[in-house]
Design a protein around this ligand. Structure first.
Ligand code: GDP
Ligand code: MG
Ligand code: ZN
Length: 308
């Protein structure tokens, strides 16, 4: 029988059987663990699987080929990779400039990951109702403009007041969307707004640090009332990239692509080589300095990783 993985929390998996719509716990046969031991778990939310039902338990016999996936390096193991979600139409990162503070490096890391795996990415600037200082307000506006100019879809919204929610609903309708962002950005609050009656747990920020608490410890897929599905996830702290070469990296920055053929050396890494068109574009303001800084930081991380 065919089923879809609708929840993963470490080894604990739940599937929804296609024919009956029933959700039940699932177990993985040992062979999957051996075959894909460089992964933390061999499957992710959104995977299509073949199951055999045994006393209320779905025994997973096969994982069907994936259309795409999002994968990061597992922060708790040097070489292991972690599947974040599979078979996605798009991914949405929630961003806040304050409460909690979302580093740009985090935003760009997410966007590069989505580019690597061919998943269309969008940004949701959440908590639009929060009063911000003039400086923070300007920063929020500047960032929205920066990412729009690069070509990413950006939606500003408030789960609390409803501002922007219709635009979000239109964006999500009929699609399967992976939703992520730091703890406390409002992922579960948004999903509760989209799906009345769901009542996912939400948690106030830690007052002194204005950071989120880890409430959601699993990834789970939910059906939207107007069609489509969203995947809620724990607040991943970082998106470390595996399986990527230094030469490849700049191709995952869409605004750099048109300059790449104009560098003097065709193996230019855009660090300190003479005649680098990317660096020139940064100096002239055509490529944002913040994006270039992330590029350099990611490049260093990749080079360190491949030397290990
Ligand atoms: N002011 C305001 N607070 C929000 C909004 N959305 C979420 N929050 C608050 O932010 C905190 C974290 O929300 P939660 O949904 O648990 O974040 P998650 O960790 O990303 O799932 C909670 O105190 C929420 O009430 C919003 O649109 N406006
Ligand atoms: Mg949550
Ligand atoms: Zn260059």
């Amino acid at each position: 029988m065919e089923a879809v993985v609708v929840r993963t929390a470490g080894e604990h998996v739940q599937v929804k059987v296609r024919s009956t719509g029933e959700t039940m716990p699932a177990s993985l046969r040992g062979k999957f663990r051996l075959e894909e031991s460089d992964f933390t778990t061999p499957l992710g939310v959104g995977d299509v699987v073949c199951v055999r039902i045994e006393e209320g338990l779905a025994v997973i016999e096969e994982i069907m080929p994936r259309q795409n996936w999002l994968v990061r390096l597992d922060p708790s193991h040097l070489y292991r990779r972690q599947i974040l979600a599979c078979n996605l139409d798009q991914a949405l990162l929630l961003v806040t400039v304050e409460a909690p503070f979302t580093p740009l490096r985090y935003v760009d890391g997410f966007l590069v990951m989505c580019e690597m795996y061919g998943v269309p990415a969008a940004l949701g600037f959440s908590k639009a109702d929060l009063p911000l200082s003039a400086k923070a307000q300007k920063k929020r506006q500047d960032l929205i403009q920066l990412y729009q100019r690069i070509g990413y879809k950006v939606i500003s919204f408030s789960a609390r007041e409803g501002r922007g929610i219709n635009e979000l609903k239109a964006f999500l309708r009929g699609k399967r969307t992976f939703i992520t962002g730091l703890s406390g950005v409002g992922k579960s609050s948004l999903i509760n707004t989209l799906i009345p009656g769901l009542n996912l747990d939400t948690q106030p920020l830690v007052r002194t640090t204005q950071r989120g608490r880890h409430t959601t410890t699993y990834s789970a897929l939910y059906d939207l009332p107007e069609g489509g599905e969203v995947i809620d996830s724990p607040g991943f702290g970082e998106f470390r990239l595996g399986e990527i070469s230094p030469q490849e990296l700049s191709h995952y920055f869409p605004e750099m692509r048109s300059y790449l053929t104009r560098c003097r050396f065709n193996d230019c890494l855009h660090v300190d080589e003479p005649g680098c068109a990317v660096r020139e574009a940064v100096e002239q303001g055509q490529i944002a300095a913040s994006r270039y800084h992330t590029y350099l930081a990611l490049l260093q991380e990749i080079q360190t990783f491949s030397e290990q």
